[in-house]
Design a protein around this ligand. Structure first.
Ligand code: PDD
Length: 277
């Protein structure tokens, strides 16, 4: 694999960053994951807008324009002959002797790499995924896509150990979101998902799905829902750059929609894949 690090395209085994990098030492950095489908970037502009916002919120001045970042994405697709998969981008505040406060004259570190994956024909589309739940242990600014991912790592490990693919995080009885996805439930023709706030990441896939509401025939109720409500829901699904729209068929061992992917998730997925192609 050819990866990108600070201006160079290198074989992954030759790519290095400093042990003093603040992304590594403090988690002082921001990331994005965008999808590539049919060799084409999906909604990259929106991911880069969120990157700029996240960096602004932690006062990390990005020296690259969106156009420059898109060009690096495109170059990685080309050099890796990537047809379908993800592109991971991480920017940290840079490398400097360990001091908590921002160092002076530090240059951000930019790392990008590709991961070839099957998103459109993921085997879980046919079965739906299993979701488990646990308390949301993350910090108070989940709207910032920070590289501090210890709580989601533990949440995903909990899912893996329970034969599930995602963990829904709960706080005061309500579902905040998935460890790495936006959580949705369906009642009749109504989609229910949390409104944006500091409690959740503003999902780019969420935003795309909301733009298709008219076409899909569903309406939106933007509100928090409880885990109990989700267990009783007619349907549930998640959205993210890498899962696209993915039906959920069990939550904490409760069967949702008779254990089969539901029509809302499948219809929205179809519209989203059309858009992504
Ligand atoms: N995760 N919520 C959280 C906490 C996330 O980490 C993600 C994405 C989402 C969905 O956002 P989007 O639709 O923009 O992908 C919601 C990425 C895929 C990851 O960490 O791998």
């Amino acid at each position: 694999r050819i990866v990108y690090v600070n201006g160079s395209y290198l074989p992954e085994e030759d790519a290095t960053i400093s042990i003093f990098d603040r992304g590594f030492i403090f988690g002082d950095g921001i990331y994005e994951v965008s999808a590539v489908i049919g060799g084409k970037l999906v909604d990259c502009e929106a991911h880069l807008t969120r990157l700029e916002r996240s960096c602004g919120e932690i006062r990390l001045a990005l020296p690259w324009s969106k156009a420059e970042l898109v060009a690096i994405h495109e170059e990685l697709i080309k050099r890796n002959n990537l047809d379908e998969g993800g592109i991971y981008l991480q920017v940290s505040r840079g490398a400097s002797d360990r001091e908590f406060a921002f160092p002076k004259d530090v240059k951000p570190t930019l790392v990008m790499f590709t991961q070839a994956r099957n998103f459109v024909n993921a085997p879980t589309v046919k079965t739906g995924i299993k979701v488990v739940s646990m308390p949301d242990l993350r910090w108070a600014r989940r709207d910032i896509k920070s590289v501090n991912l210890l709580a989601p790592v533990l949440a995903k490990q909990f899912a893996a150990e329970n034969g599930a693919q995602e963990t829904w995080l709960t706080e005061d009885g309500v579902v905040t979101e998935g460890a790495s996805s936006t959580a949705w439930i369906v009642k009749g023709k109504t989609l229910i998902t949390r409104p944006l706030s500091n409690k959740v990441l503003p999902g780019i896939t969420r935003k795309a799905v909301l733009a298709f509401l008219d076409e899909s025939g569903f309406t939106l109720e933007e509100r928090a829902f409880t885990l109990d409500e989700a267990l009783e829901a007619e349907e549930a699904f998640i959205t993210s750059a890498t899962s696209l729209v993915m039906p959920v068929t069990t939550i904490d061992n409760h069967t949702i929609h008779n254990g089969a992917p539901g029509p809302a998730a499948l219809r929205l997925r179809e519209i989203y894949v059309d858009f992504a192609r």
